[in-house]
Design a protein around this ligand. Structure first.
Ligand SMILES: [Zn+2]
Ligand SMILES: [Zn+2]
Length: 344
């Protein structure tokens, strides 16, 4: 089968074709696993973090991609949850141990043996992949393959971030950055907290317009002060300046949730501008989001189907994965990027 593989750690500024197209054997499903014929796979900022070495795969080469929509093509021994032809998704959580104190208390996202799809195991930038059947999710009919893909990471992790804000309906929510995750989080927030007002900070005029179209009450540049204090902010940017600025916009007791697996170091010195009195005092909190649980993904897919949430996306062929990644690196983003791998 064809696969786009990470074969070495590389900087996308220097190497604009870091993934190699290879022909590799079709994987065989193991105990309680299913094999999927991949229909579509989302391209995520985290894929770039893997390639550039901020969260490097433990073994190379590896097939990246953790927003996978496919059809069950073959079941392994003991697997009976799905029928051949069922359309299912695979998210960032590829597996967790199921026994540790995190796994036993609904926090499998923090499991020390957490394995990420497309980093610790082969992912969806390929024609087929195998996954444990209890780590796959039925995809609601209402979504096309390409629409469903970004829901599995950008959407599901965004949903987890939204839960972690502890927002109450009617409280103001801020969002810094408005990429693949942002536009899904905004629409989900409007559904879950209908009386809350949403304020968006984004660098690009187009992103700000898009936020207003989707129902934000205000959209400004990263350095602008919103007209009202915010009870919670979700940061989806890859850098630091928006974090420091967002803390300054929080009300007392406010929560900032950083939704990023890694931050880039390019503007780390911005952290020195943190002013304790203005930015942190008054019991402001900062929290990061780590991974997702299967419950996050399932809950989010059903909320998304009720809305129904229709992600904005651009499609690329499997062989164009490098192009999609370079565009993410250069922040040429409107909505999500999805590889179209098979039609059936
Ligand atoms: Zn992702
Ligand atoms: Zn565990």
């Amino acid at each position: 089968m064809k696969a786009m593989m990470i074969t070495k750690i590389a900087d996308l500024d220097q190497n604009r074709r870091p993934l190699e197209l290879r022909d590799v054997p079709k994987p065989e499903p193991g105990e309680r696993e299913v094999r999927l014929k991949v229909l579509a796979c989302g391209v995520c900022h985290t894929d770039m973090d893997e390639i550039e070495g901020r969260t490097p795969p433990p073994r190379l080469p590896v097939i990246p991609g953790h927003q996978v929509v496919g059809r069950v093509d073959k079941a392994g021994p003991g697997a009976g949850r799905f029928k051949p032809g069922d359309r299912v998704g695979v998210a960032w959580i590829f597996s967790a141990c199921g026994r540790c104190r995190f796994c036993r208390t609904g926090r499998e996202n923090l499991c020390p043996d957490f394995r990420g799809t497309g980093r610790d195991a082969d992912g969806g930038y390929a024609e087929y992949l195998t996954v444990r059947e209890d780590f796959a999710y039925p995809i609601p009919e209402v979504f096309s393959d390409a629409e469903a893909a970004p829901l599995l990471c950008a959407g599901a992790v965004g949903y987890r971030a939204l839960k972690l804000t502890g927002l109450a309906d009617g409280e103001n929510l801020g969002m810094t950055g408005f990429g693949a995750s942002g536009h899904l989080v905004l629409q989900t927030a409007r559904r879950l907290y209908p009386s809350s007002r949403i304020f968006v900070f984004a660098r690009a005029e187009k992103e700000r317009e898009f936020a207003l179209e989707l129902g934000a009450v205000w959209a400004g540049e990263t350095g602008d002060r919103p007209p009202e204090k915010l009870q919670a902010v979700i940061d989806t940017t890859p850098v630091w300046k928006p974090v420091v600025l967002a803390l300054g916009s929080l009300a007392g007791g406010g929560r900032l949730v950083v939704n990023a697996i890694r931050k880039e170091d390019i503007d780390k010195n911005e952290l020195l501008k943190l002013d304790y009195a203005g930015d942190l005092w008054l019991e402001k909190e900062i929290k990061s989001v780590a991974n997702v649980t299967r419950a996050d993904v399932s809950e989010f897919l059903s909320i998304a189907a009720e809305i129904p949430l229709k992600p904005a996306f651009e499609e690329y062929a499997l062989e164009e994965a490098n192009k999609a990644l370079v565009e993410i690196k250069e922040r040429r983003i409107r909505g999500a990027k999805v590889l179209r791998i098979s039609q059936a």
